[in-house]
Write a protein of this length. Structure first.
Length: 320
């Protein structure tokens, strides 16, 4: 990757078009703008192994300006998935409980994706995994709602308490083969013991419970930073030690075995050489302060598949 091979005029035009788009971009408005899947541009390099991905991330650390063919066009509504439109990713004070079934809906095996918006950010990745491996996928997530047991009163509220009870009850009834949990490290660090206790409780009902390691925090907001620095995108990178809370991650990882869950470490997927770039290849990787974009989640589908299966096989012979 590295510097663009486009001529100076085309580079300038591309940057100007991006800045104009950023300046006029609006918020999410219509359900039709929430796709069930995203097709990456033909020019986006495909990655099949973690090593291939890491080479692109290292090259991104040398990138100086926004590529002319950047995607998504920031900030377009379709960067959030369908679960934001159908109630499967609930707003903070709303309780919907839609019939949130995806994946292979005729499959006998069942998997769940639960947690807060840091579970929802992986929807495209998990949906692809469910389709490939023939799982019915059930999704129930809520903004700012941590999975805890007992309920962590200092960060929970009535709707979150209700969803925690919903998760425990329905996972106990349905006994899924696999439960994937995504949680924001900024909240989880306050309630690590309660999170581990909740994961242990779910592990009594589900065959496998996997906590997905969190992605990098961003400061400043990725959109605003790229808007302000289209020709100096390294200003929008994060230092690895600032982006990832390794103290919390280490506690969650160390406690996995004793609490009967698995920890999927993702910190080196989008961070290399001590940095977590905002852009790699021709993709914007983050959509705000803490979430990866839909195109990033889609780009990571092969990596997620390989790494999750390797994790399962390392603990249970034959995996899934």
């Amino acid at each position: 990757m590295g510097k663009s091979r486009l001529g100076p005029a085309r580079q300038i035009i591309g940057v100007l078009m991006l800045v104009a788009t950023l300046a006029g971009a609006g918020s999410i408005a219509h359900a039709k703008d929430f796709p069930a899947a995203i097709d990456l541009p033909a020019t986006t390099p495909r990655v099949e192994t973690l090593g291939q991905l890491q080479l692109h991330i290292r090259a991104a650390n040398e990138l100086t300006q926004i590529p002319a063919d950047i995607t998504p066009t920031p900030w377009h509504a379709n960067d959030r998935s369908i679960i934001y439109a159908d109630g499967c990713m609930e707003n903070r004070d709303v309780t919907v409980r839609s019939k949130c079934v995806f994946g292979d809906k005729t499959a006998r095996r069942e998997m769940w994706l639960i947690g807060d918006s840091h579970a929802a950010q992986w929807f495209y990745t998990v949906q692809a995994y469910a389709l490939k491996h023939h799982y019915k996928l059930v999704v129930h997530a809520k903004s700012n709602c941590e999975l805890t047991h007992p309920i962590a009163k200092k960060i929970a509220w009535s709707a979150c308490t209700g969803l925690n009870r919903y998760w425990r009850h329905h996972i106990k009834v349905n006994r899924p083969d696999l439960v994937l949990v995504g949680l924001y490290q900024g909240w989880t660090k306050r309630v690590v013991p309660q999170v581990q206790s909740a994961l242990k409780l779910l592990a009594k009902s589900a065959k496998h419970v996997v906590l997905i390691g969190d992605t990098s925090r961003r400061n400043p907001d990725t959109r605003q930073c790229l808007k302000a620095n289209p020709a100096a995108v390294q200003h929008c990178s994060m230092e690895l030690t600032d982006g990832i809370d390794f103290v919390t991650a280490s506690r969650l990882k160390r406690g996995a075995s004793a609490n009967h869950y698995l920890y999927l470490d993702t910190h080196d997927w989008l961070c290399q050489q001590g940095k977590c770039p905002a852009i790699a290849a021709n993709l914007i990787l983050y959509r705000d302060y803490t979430h990866i974009t839909g195109v990033a989640a889609t780009w990571l589908i092969p990596i997620f598949d390989v790494q999750l299966n390797a994790l399962l096989k390392s603990k249970f012979k034959g995996g899934l």
